[in-house]
Design a protein around this ligand. Structure first.
Ligand code: 4AD
Ligand code: MG
Length: 478
């Protein structure tokens, strides 16, 4: 007998001639007769019908929410509503009991805050199993896209000696004894005696290494964990998150924008085409939740409507300077509704400004480019005006910045000057400078924050709910 998944069984035609086998966890057990069994393969459960006269009462008592079961039986046409097939149980084994008194995932609505504390069990709920299935599907679609486009997948190092973003918000990696570290003459910790013989950190981005591979393999991308020790306790920031970073030789900023737009549309379209069931469920969940909120806080679009909106519309492209003009003259700026009032060119954009542009002004995804040099990273190509760089950020409804990227500075002297201006020693990035000495060329890339993408695609409002085990300030449980 071949064991099936719930998904497979639900797609099968009923047949009393065939005995099927299934293993899964009990969602509910009704009327001493109907078991809703789930194994993670589908949002839907398979209904298993037990004839209670055929089984010991002591066994039936152990069929409680959360218990693991092994069932065999005939797959028959369902008599009830809600499913077309069900299993008439002939054998039933309890693989693992669950204590109904203490099992945290009761068959009722739990708050996301509560479920975060039970993150090891929260994927037993419909919402989290749907979110994590979609997360997996998105990750597959990303690899599929790049593979089809002739990109190579590159694994950038996680432990690094350089600060790619120049922001200095990094976690240290050391094997020194914190109680008794070796000290140098000045009394500072002597990292030459540390594991790697130098100071090392967890990477904030694989970009710099990806650039080295783009400048030999042509088109590459990374997809790995990145770490930021910024103490921002928001619904959009994690200390450990996953980033996708394509990097392409001979590509300028316009080409980079085209690539990012095509890529985002492709992966969201992939979800719409292949994962309708989970999306429909989350769409409905969002609508139900909206009903409990005041009008102003409700989502303007349903989840699926929003995804189609992105896949079917052009992304609005405009310069930072144009955006500043729009923001300066906007109603919330004039009426001082923004927390950060935009007074002059050069201001860093906050999430409230990004969302205004996307959600209120343009009502479409937006790509902003040519930002002031001094609010962007050192590696971005300086424009002829001497004050802006070839940066681009992609802004999405409900999220704000989802992608950050740039055309890279390929001119050796300009790059050296930019590094010197912010005190990055050339000795630290000698290999990065080498790329500009030996066959330098225009090249570009971007970084997509994977969890921000999953938030967008699932309609979840907090980034802690789209990664299995979120790492945030004061929290590294599990
Ligand atoms: O804009 P960022 O900092 O860009 C880079 O790291 C570049 N090296 C990318 C590149 O050009 N190859 O980060 C890229 C994206 C952001 O747009 C955002 O979506 C996400 O990464 N991100 C975060 N996501 C979750 N938590 C955080 N703390 C994040 N910081 C950035
Ligand atoms: Mg950014």
């Amino acid at each position: 007998m071949k064991p099936f998944t719930v998904l497979e069984l639900l797609q099968k035609a009923p047949s009393i001639l065939e005995t099927v086998e299934i293993k899964g966890w009990v969602k509910t057990f009704r009327a001493n007769r109907f078991i809703a069994l789930n194994d993670g393969s589908s949002l839907n459960n398979i209904q298993c019908v037990v004839d209670f006269e055929k089984f010991d009462e002591s066994l039936l008592k152990r069929i409680t929410t959360g218990a693991a079961l092994h069932i065999t039986g005939e797959l028959v046409e369902s008599q009830g509503k809600g499913q077309h097939v069900e299993i008439m149980v002939s054998t039933l084994h309890i693989l693992g009991d669950s204590n109904p008194e203490t099992y945290p995932i009761q068959p009722k609505k739990h708050s996301f805050e509560f479920l975060r504390e039970q993150a090891h069990l929260r994927t037993r709920t419909n919402t989290f199993s749907a979110v994590m299935r979609l997360r997996s599907a998105l990750s597959f679609a990303i690899h599929k896209y790049f593979n089809e486009q002739g990109f190579y997948y590159m694994h950038a190092p996680i432990i690094t000696g350089s600060d790619a973003e120049g922001a200095g918000e990094m976690f240290r990696v050391t094997s020194l004894d914190p109680k008794n570290p070796p000290l140098d003459e000045k009394g500072d910790v002597d990292y030459t005696l540390d594991f790697f013989g130098k100071e090392t950190k967890l990477t904030v981005s694989g970009q710099l290494e990806a650039e080295t591979y783009a400048m030999s393999l042509g088109k590459v991308y990374t997809f790995g964990p990145t770490f930021r020790a910024e103490n921002s306790n928001t619904s959009r920031h994690l200390a450990e998150f996953w980033m996708i970073e394509p990097e392409v030789a001979f590509l300028d900023l316009d080409g980079n924008m085209d690539l990012a737009e095509d890529f985002l549309k492709y992966i969201l379209k992939y979800l719409l085409d292949h994962h309708e069931e989970d999306l429909n469920f989350l769409d409905k969940r969002q609508q139900d939740e909206d009903k409990t909120k005041p009008q102003a806080e409700r989502n303007e679009m349903g989840l699926i409507e929003k995804l189609k909106f992105v896949t079917e519309n052009h992304f609005m492209r405009l310069s930072y300077t144009e955006a500043i003009d729009i923001l300066r003259n906007s109603k919330p700026n004039k009426k001082k509704k923004f927390k950060y009032i935009i007074t002059e060119w050069g201001a860093d954009l906050q999430s409230e400004h990004e969302r205004f542009l996307v959600e209120k002004h343009f009502k479409s995804p937006v790509i902003l480019f040519d930002y002031p040099a001094n609010i962007k990273a050192f590696y971005m190509r300086l424009n002829d005006d001497g004050k802006t760089v070839r940066a681009m950020d992609i802004l999405f409804p409900g999220i704000g910045e989802i992608v950050g990227g740039a055309q890279r500075e390929e001119r050796l002297e300009v790059l050296k000057q930019k590094m010197a201006a912010i005190n990055i020693p050339e000795a630290e990035l000698w290999w990065y400078l080498d790329l500009r000495k030996y066959g330098t060329a225009v090249h570009s890339g971007f970084g997509l924050g994977f969890e921000r993408l999953v938030m967008f695609a699932t309609g979840m409002g907090n980034i802690r709910d789209v990664i299995p085990y979120p790492r945030t300030p004061q929290n590294a449980e599990f």
